[in-house]
Design a protein around this ligand. Sequence first.
Ligand SMILES: [Zn+2]
Length: 399
Amino acid sequence: MNKIELTTLLAEDVSGTPTSRIVRSLSARGSLSAAQLARLTGLAKSTVSQTLADLRRSGVVVEAAAEGRPAGAGRPATMLTLNPEAGTVLGALIGLREIKVIIADVSHAIIAQKSVLMDEDYSPADAVDIIRDLATEGYRDHAISRAGLMGVGVAIAGPVNPIDGRIQRASVVPTWAGIDVRDVFGPVFNRPVVVDNESNCAAVAEMTWGVAQGHDDFVLFKVDAGVGGAIVSGGRVMTGIAGAAGEFGHMSINPDGPLCRCGNRGCLELYASFRDNLAIASRRFGRPMTMDDVILLAESGDVGCRRLIEDTAEIAGHGLGMIGTIINPPLIVIGGRMALAGELLLAPLRASYEKHTLVKSRDVNAASRTQIVKGQFTENDSVLGAVGLVLRREGHNRI
Ligand SMILES: [Zn+2]
């Protein structure tokens, strides 16, 4: 099996042959049994079985490694993946002050992870150079040929226009405003490039590998130095007409409030991000404090740090309650660095949500209650999701 064949199979339309439908499902989900493949593709079990036999003979599909299979009575179903040697995917995060890169293979195994801290307002040219160098290092460290690279996914800290692929003005990375990321990365990697904003990518990571697996409808809500989010409906991340769906941080909750960097007043982010609370904590302790410092102190019982987290949860829950009233989702995944506080954040957040949203828990039975849970990938969610964009053949900016 050569890479060109696999690329072709992955590029074919979903209405293509049984072979391409099975290969695409395996690319999107990682490892699946024959029965799961039949269910996902809608193909007859006999067709799946025959196609898998052909794909295994030609080395495109292999048995997944045994680890992680549930123990129990009876013979477990054989789990299959794409052959990890058939190709790799590069995911990159262009963050406010950091760049991260992950190289994964088509069986969904992570091969290399790299990151560097950046000064604010770094240029697109610098970003491309660094991402290219980190990728080269990653391939070299693991003695893998870059020739197998099948696509590049890019997560960026700002809305991406789904029609022309350009970064919007309201981006938190202003040096990228108006730039089409595909123009920047395409000539360097000479592979398909997909791009989406970092919160949408985080949602892709949670639905591919995290707590939202098997959920076609959910909301991701990120609490960090900013506030962001994503809406997943029918298994797809909603982008909106200009790429700004799910920008929860910029809902104005106080029209007379302070001016936000987006140009509106009283945005949720001004109250629910942890930025101001970090300044308060830094003054109190007489040294620069990080979110991790505050969380650690809160966990060890510091009442002031607990109060700062509870205050953030209260106002974030207010905003989330409004989102709940609009969408009434079955699942809300809390992401961002503050989610590392776990129940210290989530318990008061759930209480605030309950207070501010329309449907109260007591009004409905358990099956109709919105679940609010901590995300699985609070730190690497966006860069993982960039990998997921390519593996799932998603993203609206494919070239
Ligand atoms: Zn704003």
